[in-house]
Design a protein around this ligand. Structure first.
Ligand code: S3P
Length: 426
């Protein structure tokens, strides 16, 4: 559905956001793996996490809503049941890749399917390491979904150096590794989000500029009471809207402040943004707290390649901050953007070209220079939730307002996006 957004005059108020998508997936999977009952408070309301929840139920976990939390009855070590149907991951790469690691170590075959976008996304990155762990895959030539996992009798522990910076792949291997007595090690050159390591209490060491995370049976999850902090990647949209609106301020309460997720805030601060963290707390080793933001004048800075994995989901909204800031906005070393829910380099460039900005597209990034022409345009979401929300925010910042096509996809991560905006914006 096409949605129209009017220019916002001011942002003022306070928000508490539904739980972080990455932490919610893991809380569900680890609860379903454990023996006994776990509870999860403030789980994400997005469709992606619903895909994981449905699959955990198909595998035998009983999940019920009780007051303000969900209760998950876990299946225990290798206790999952053979699903009678294909496992539908919908649009969710995290579901497909993390659950592949889990089902690599069960006693039955399982077939994974996904929607049109997910069926185009690369799965070779999990197929390859899981095959080294003894798994057989039945898949197509392109190594994309659908695929069938045929687990070995015993998972083979491996030491694996990551060819791409991906927390989904790292987590998939570490989760499979939880089913062996011996240690599995994953080596990264660039640190990606570390929720799997933090939530399972896995050992992580830093050696010669590399990050090594390890798992084995002794870290197999136990039943737990999880609190999922608010989604910082959803908060990014509200933060940028506040920064760029006049006389505005916003508090976002109890939001995830995991250091591997707040790279975009650190970049915005270097660009001149006034952003503070307050009331820091921890739950299941995950840091969270309140964020205060107020209107700020921004200037573009050079964004280093080492921080790209840390800001990968926020590049669409950082781009909006960048085109309102002084100087050119430049993203390089971010080829991974091409294999997200849409080819995000292409999606961002196509939308920005509608505003007659000077846009250059590279294989691993893009640059944007010039001033926005305030003319009425219809942006395309390309069926990608983060592109839809980024260009909705841009529309709210333009004198003329703007429209976004195919806006429904925001429900993938944040179905309450519009209500949240309406509650803080005038
Ligand atoms: C995620 C990892 C990232 C991120 C995705 C969630 C996760 O993907 O883009 O939204 O929860 O592990 P990659 O591992 O493909 O970089």
């Amino acid at each position: 559905m096409k949605k129209q957004f009017k220019k916002i005059k001011q942002v003022n108020g306070e928000l508490s956001l539904p739980g972080d998508k990455s932490i919610s997936h893991r809380a569900l999977i680890f609860s379903a793996m454990a023996s006994g009952k776990s509870t999860i408070k403030n789980i994400s309301q997005g469709e992606d996490v619903k895909s994981t929840m449905r699959i955990m139920e198909q595998l035998g976990s009983k999940i019920t809503q009780e007051l303000d939390q969900i209760v998950v009855e876990g299946c225990g070590f290798k206790g999952f049941k053979n699903p009678d149907k294909n496992l539908d991951c919908g649009n969710s790469g995290t579901s497909a890749r993390l659950i592949a690691g889990l089902l690599a170590a069960q006693n039955f075959n399982s077939t994974f399917i996904g929607d049109e976008s997910l069926s185009k996304r690369p799965m070779k990155r999990v197929i390859e390491p899981l095959m080294k762990m003894g798994v057989n895959f039945k898949s197509n030539q392109t190594l994309t979904l659908p695929f069938t996992i045929n687990p070995p009798l015993k998972i083979i522990p491996i030491t694996y150096e990551m060819p791409v910076a991906s927390a989904q792949v790292k987590s998939s291997i570490l989760i499979a590794g939880l089913h062996s007595d011996d240690e599995t090690n994953v080596i990264e050159s660039e640190q990606t989000r570390d929720h799997t390591e933090k939530m399972l209490g896995l050992p992580v060491r830093f050696e010669n500029g590399k990050i090594i995370s390890s798992s084995s049976k002794k870290y197999y999850p136990k039943a737990n009471d999880y609190f999922v902090p608010g989604d910082i990647s959803s908060a990014a949209f509200h933060i940028v809207l506040t920064l760029l609106s006049p006389n505005s301020e916003l508090w976002i309460r109890n939001v995830s402040l995991n250091p591997t997720r707040i790279g975009f805030i650190e970049i915005l601060k270097k660009m001149g943004a006034y952003i503070l963290y307050e009331n820091i707390q921890y739950s299941s080793n995950e840091k969270y707290g309140d964020v205060y933001v107020k209107s700020s004048k921004l200037t573009n800075i050079k964004i280093g390649s080492e921080i790209i994995p840390n800001i990968i989901d926020e590049i669409p909204i950082l781009t909006i901050a960048g085109i309102f800031a002084g100087g050119s906005f430049l993203i390089e070393n971010a080829k991974e953007l091409r294999v997200k829910e849409s080819d995000r380099i292409k999606s961002i460039c196509a939308n920005l070209k509608l505003l007659d900005l000077d846009i250059e597209e590279f294989e691993d990034g893009f640059s944007a220079t010039g001033n926005i022409k305030n003319k009425k345009v219809v942006f395309n979401s390309f069926g990608d939730h983060r592109i839809a929300m980024a260009f909705a925010i841009l529309s709210m910042l333009m004198e003329s307002g703007g429209e976004v096509n195919d806006f429904d996809c925001v429900s993938i991560s944040n179905p309450m996006f519009e209500e949240q905006i309406n509650s803080i914006a005038k």
